[in-house]
Design a protein around this ligand. Structure first.
Ligand code: ADP
Ligand code: ADP
Length: 225
């Protein structure tokens, strides 16, 4: 698993009305930890995640993943956004296999893994369907399968279950916890839900509304299954 270290991270969006979304974020996410990030809308949670993912440049400070400065999208990072980003022209199975293809690995070696993920998320009958044939929640679950297929040492999730109904959400939470127990890869999980943050995380970072900064950090000491 990869660690994440942020020191004095600032992010100024470009343009005349560019917001300073991060105003000196300090955070240390240990390898193998499950860290939840809580905070009101607009406090910079998604920005921090996109910076960790190398999808945005930081303006100031240092940000490292696995001890290396983030410089463009790194290998070994799985990402799930609030709104899935599946490719419409590929079946669900072929969408899930994208990271395997990108990594130049043999797709045939992942048949069993993909079946396992599909079953786990209740999509076993939809492997050959196309994204437009599935409901929003099902597409989101497919995006989660895709993020997990290559066992990323760092999994970044930005309100991944926000669009799901309460029951599916509870199921996905339980599955995510089970996967994390199994793999012990590092997870950074952005959510609005305090209960979810505490249930899943073994550590919670709370952003202050203004400026975009980590205001509190606490360790959750709950018995785990
Ligand atoms: P959160 O995820 O906590 O809701 P965001 O990171 O999305 O917060 O946003 C933090 C601030 O940065 C907000 O004021 C938002 O309007 C601004 N912001 C987010 N993305 C962009 C962007 N691509 N360009 C300009 N401003 C942005
Ligand atoms: P939503 O996100 O739209 O609320 P869910 O993802 O929770 O919907 O889907 C609820 C259930 O409805 C699914 O588990 C599935 O059994 C069924 N379903 C939804 N869309 C389809 C579809 N296109 N074909 C077959 N079953 C579907």
């Amino acid at each position: 698993p990869s660690s994440v270290l942020a020191k004095g991270v600032r992010k100024q969006y470009p343009g005349p009305r560019g917001v300073q979304a991060l105003q000196g974020v300090d955070a240390e996410i240990g390898a193998g930890r499950f860290v939840s990030i809580l905070g009101p809308s607009g406090c910079g949670k998604s920005t921090l995640l996109r910076c960790i993912a190398g999808l945005e440049d930081i303006s100031e400070g240092t940000l490292t993943v696995g001890g290396r400065a983030v410089d463009g999208p790194p290998d070994g990072v799985g990402i799930v956004f609030q709104h899935h980003a599946l490719l419409d022209w590929r079946s669900i199975r072929d969408n899930i296999l994208l990271p395997i293809e990108f990594a130049g690995k043999r797709v045939a070696d992942y048949t069993a893994k993909v079946e396992h993920l599909l079953r786990m998320t209740g999509l076993q009958d939809f492997a050959d369907s196309y994204p437009r044939e599935l409901s929003g929640g099902m597409r989101q679950r497919a995006a989660i399968c895709r993020a997990l297929v290559d066992d990323p040492p760092l999994l970044l999730m930005d309100e991944p279950f926000g669009a799901l109904d309460a029951l599916t959400r509870d199921q996905m939470n339980a599955e995510l916890q089970r996967i994390w127990m199994e793999t012990r890869n590092t997870v950074v999980f952005v959510t609005h839900g305090i209960a979810e943050a505490v249930f899943l995380g073994d550590e919670v970072l709370v952003f202050s509304p203004r400026p975009g900064r980590v205001a509190h950090r606490f360790v959750v000491d709950l018995p785990r299954p």
